[in-house]
Design a protein around this ligand. Structure first.
Ligand code: BES
Ligand code: ZN
Ligand code: ZN
Length: 518
């Protein structure tokens, strides 16, 4: 999809479809909806006046109404998209509303469309005025770019319904505001495309996306974006004595991949490792298929376990955006990729393995494999000089039990690192909920005969046991752990997304990294 930004009156734009966002400005719980279009164009407001007056359109988030041949507009169609109540309006509604507009247009065979940048000078001040233009435009464009994807590439009778181009149109003439909008537009495109890059990987079946293939795709992305990338396999894992990672990998005919992607800030002053600045490590769980291994998973739903590499995909996506947005901080992305299989060479419950850090691990359950590959990934990141760590993983079913599919889990051993993450969420609009990993929980992973074991002793607090395990390898390094098991795959259709890979965490990880930029 080609996407461009123009500054003109949307009413004068000739396009097959013009989308405009709307809010309900009624005050009070039982008040009838009072609809306001987020545009300063009186021509657009007039064109929609009769249908708005009819009361048919309630302006709930993602609601749509389509007018053909709108009076006084050059557009062939006018699509009104609801963002819900004005008083609840945030950039997140704008992101979703833009997505709903794109997804409403696609099945109508529309290949070119425009969307009016939300403006509300016509309304009272409080609605959009406290949302910065840059963030607003960024969210609008992100929403559009990520909603455009459908996951039908493996359908042999697939009809290409992709949008050819989208025009974002703002009536602003003031120079400083146009600059802010322009900046948000560029960022939104970069971030949306990075998220889509991750989603494409998550969508791939495991017979296509093996660890080796994941390494190749990461390498290709890095080459395209000017990042350094090394892809290692079994020999390197042996060299580094990554006993935990190797244990998981050895049951599969597919060799593992250890990927190291490096971004070095160029020409920026300040925050370089040379001047004592931080080095950020992004570590992703890349299990391209999780059968559970010898502790085999039930057949029902096992096909989903192709998405057990969504943490690694998020890191690839984040690195892609970092390469383009160029924060003034060094970032190293590490992917720990393997296939977890039962076989004659597989690791077994009761085995004791030695991680790269030297810690010994008693294997209680071979299905708790994610924490094993990450243990070595986190330790390795520190040996490469990382001073701050974040990892993302579809780590535990227990996290899904705790938080459902709306919030993903976040854990941290460091208040500053966590607060930065929380701030990042305000920009990314993603939902994460903090769970504890204080040392009170340490007993849960105590082993009788090794240093630690790879599951919690009881079935309670399973997401926390997993976090406690990882914390053993982050040690004192400021660290944030994202458990995205419940949110990496959209199980429900929404007006702004289809079922399929969500690309969660790309946006938040990127923003977290940017908080360390000089
Ligand atoms: N990949 C799974 C976690 C998962 C569950 C991801 C549901 C997405 C949706 C992970 O490797 C796993 O199997 N974890 C076990 C750990 C247990 C054996 C301690 C789990 O959560 O059941
Ligand atoms: Zn597992
Ligand atoms: Zn897994």
């Amino acid at each position: 999809m080609d996407i461009k930004l123009v500054f003109q009156d949307a009413a004068g734009l000739a396009t097959p479809l013009l989308a405009v966002l709307a809010v309900d400005i009624a005050i009070g719980k039982d008040a009838e909806p009072l609809i306001a279009l987020l545009t300063t164009s009186s021509a657009i407001t007039n064109a929609a006046a009769a249908v708005i007056a009819s009361g048919e359109f309630k302006s709930g988030l993602g609601d749509q109404l389509l007018l053909h041949k709108p009076n006084g507009l050059k557009a062939e169609r006018l699509l009104i998209v609801g963002l819900g109540k004005a008083k609840n309006l945030s950039v997140d509604e704008v992101r979703k509303g833009a997505g709903a507009a794109i997804r409403a247009a696609k099945p109508r065979g529309v290949r070119q469309m425009a969307i009016a940048f939300p403006e509300d000078h016509a309304l009272s001040d409080e609605h959009l005025d406290n949302l910065p233009c840059t963030l607003l435009c960024r969210a609008l464009v992100e929403g559009a770019v990520i909603s455009e994807r459908d996951w039908d590439t493996y359908k042999s009778d697939r009809k290409d319904s992709s949008l050819e181009n989208l025009t974002v149109v703002s009536p602003t003439t003031e120079e400083s505001t146009t600059k802010e909008i322009q900046l948000g537009f560029e960022e939104g495109r970069i971030v949306g495309e990075a998220q889509n890059f991750a989603r494409v990987l998550v969508n791939e079946p495991s017979n296509v996306l093996t660890p080796t293939e994941l390494g190749k795709r990461a390498k290709a992305m890095c080459t395209e974006m000017g990042l350094k990338c090394e892809v290692y396999s079994t020999a390197k894992l042996e060299d580094l004595k990554m006993g935990a990672f190797m244990a998981v990998a050895k049951g599969s005919a597919q060799p593992p991949a250890l990927v190291v992607m490096t971004y070095e800030p160029k020409g920026e002053k300040g925050n370089t490792p040379q001047s004592g600045g931080p080095v950020i490590g992004l570590v992703g769980k890349g299990i391209t298929f999780d059968t559970g291994g010898i502790s085999l998973k039930p057949a029902d739903g096992m096909e989903k376990m192709k998405y057990d590499m969504a943490g690694a995909a998020a890191m690839i996506g984040a690195m892609r955006a970092i390469a383009q947005l160029k924060p003034a901080v060094k970032v190293i992305g590490i992917l720990c990729s393997a296939e977890n299989m039962p076989s004659g060479t597989a690791y077994k419950p009761g085995d004791i393995v030695t991680a790269m850090s030297g810690k010994t691990i008693e294997i209680m359950n071979t299905d708790a494999e994610g924490r094993l590959v990450l243990a070595d990934g986190l330790h390795y990141a520190k040996t490469l000089g990382c001073t701050h760590l974040i990892n993302a993983a579809t780590l535990t079913g227990a996290c899904v039990v705790a938080l459902g599919m709306i919030n993903a889990g976040v854990f941290s051993n460091n208040e500053d690192a966590y607060e930065r993450f929380e701030r990042s969420l305000r920009v990314s609009g993603e939902k994460f909920w903090r769970l504890p990993c204080t040392d009170d929980y340490k007993d849960q992973i105590k082993s009788q005969i090794a240093d630690i074991m790879n599951t919690g002793g009881s079935r309670w607090g399973g997401a926390i046991s997993a976090a406690m395990f990882l914390k053993e390898f982050a040690e004192d390094t400021p660290w944030v752990h994202l458990d995205i098991a419940g949110c990496a795959w959209n199980e429900e259709v929404k007006p702004w997304h289809p079922k399929g890979p969500s690309g969660i965490a790309v946006r938040s990880i990127l923003e977290w990294v940017r908080t360390y930029s000089a």
